[in-house]
Design a protein around this ligand. Structure first.
Ligand code: TRP
Length: 358
């Protein structure tokens, strides 16, 4: 078996969310350590099914998770937190029933599975189905963390206590899959193991909380590797939003829509006129097209060259956008092709209670 390429084992115990790194990690070196000892450990990630329209930003942590699963050949558990999204939906609109989030969960799984996760190493569970098996661990978590700690970590004070109480109960449910005892059908009698969590950087509070409790409950602290967010199309200060068509490239977009969106909305760090651009070059730190290329262009050397030429003024925004449009059209198209072959039946196969082996 080939050793995986070693990712940068940066081990920042206090990740700064404001850093410029694309990835922020805790205890990443430990997974390498366990891997080298021939100890198959676990990967854990998840998705909150809030909307059917997933955008390219949603795929990033899963693309990275897929890479890790291939590299380490270890079990992966994926949590679908339909309960979370039911608790956290906007209350100014008509409240959607839990059943809605359960359904969206299955739809989102099709997008996740389109990335090609290994059926022999991947278990997907929807909280509203699976929580019973994890309940002993949930009880211990809830016993060992105070109400005030949860309020402090998750900032639940905005409604003066009129929040639904599911919000207070939920963090334990996202924490416990870090323990192998939450999956007896996979880990049998095993009491303790190292768990690595690839996730979006906003998920860190859950795992900081879990690391705290680890000490009290005497299990190995989970490690984390977090991806930063892609900026929204309209600039570094804008967000990708599922409710705003023009803020992101969606996984259902046609090639024509992608072209139009990038050309019309992607914030440019280039100059106002071609002459000025040739003379002064682009500001790469605010240019959204370049930011996206950093994530989606496989060829690092080509990316470096584009950055150099764009910053020096040799390349114009239009040319950079054209390259990005091409990359995104390819990515979305092949995603759509792969997704169209994933059936609901296949999703339920991945959700089946079964041992994982290879
Ligand atoms: N809370 C995440 C969200 O809002 C979903 C999620 C559940 C998750 N468990 C996870 C994400 C574990 C990363 C890792 O989307």
């Amino acid at each position: 078996q080939k050793a995986p390429p070693h990712p940068d084992p940066g081990n920042h115990h206090h990740p700064q969310v404001t850093t410029n790194l694309k990835l922020i990690a805790r205890d990443l070196d430990k997974i390498l350590h366990h891997y080298e000892k021939g100890n198959p450990e676990k990967l854990y990630t998840g998705r909150g099914p809030s909307t059917e329209s997933m955008h390219v930003g949603h795929l990033l942590p899963f693309m990275f998770t897929k890479w890790m699963q291939e590299a380490f050949q270890c079990p992966l558990v994926i949590q679908i937190s339909d309960d979370e999204k039911y608790f956290y939906q906007k209350t100014d609109k008509k409240i959607k029933p839990l059943e809605y989030f359960r359904k969206i969960g299955v739809e989102n799984c099709k997008d996740i599975l389109a990335l090609g996760f290994d059926p022999e190493l991947t278990f997907i569970f929807r909280n509203s189905d699976y929580v019973g098996t994890m309940y002993k661990n949930i009880v211990e978590f809830q016993r060992h963390i105070t109400y005030n700690q949860i309020r402090g970590i998750f900032g639940l004070d905005s409604l003066n206590g009129s929040e639904n109480s599911g919000k207070i109960a939920y963090p334990a449910i996202q924490g416990v899959p870090c323990l192998c005892t939450s999956f007896p059908h996979i880990f049998g009698e095993k009491k303790n193991g190292f768990c690595m969590v690839p996730a979006g950087v906003d998920q860190d509070p859950y795992f900081r909380m879990t690391r705290d409790i680890a000490h009290k409950l005497k299990f190995i602290k989970p490690g984390g590797i977090y991806s930063r967010f892609l900026p929204g199309l309209k600039g570094y200060n804008s967000k990708m939003s599922s409710s705003d068509e023009t803020s992101a490239v969606f996984l259902t977009d046609t090639p024509k829509q992608i072209k139009k969106k990038i050309n019309k909305y992607a914030f440019s760090g280039g100059r106002a006129t071609a002459e000025e651009q040739r003379e002064f070059g682009a500001d790469l730190t605010v240019d959204v097209s370049y930011a996206y290329l950093k994530y989606f262009m496989e060829d690092d050397e080509r990316l470096r060259q584009i950055g150099e030429d764009y910053a020096s003024g040799k390349m114009l925004t239009g040319e950079v956008k054209k390259i990005l449009i091409d990359e995104l059209q390819k990515l979305v198209k092949s995603h759509q092709t792969r997704r169209s072959s994933i059936t609901e039946e296949m999703v339920h196969q991945f959700m089946k209670i079964r041992p994982l082996f290879k």
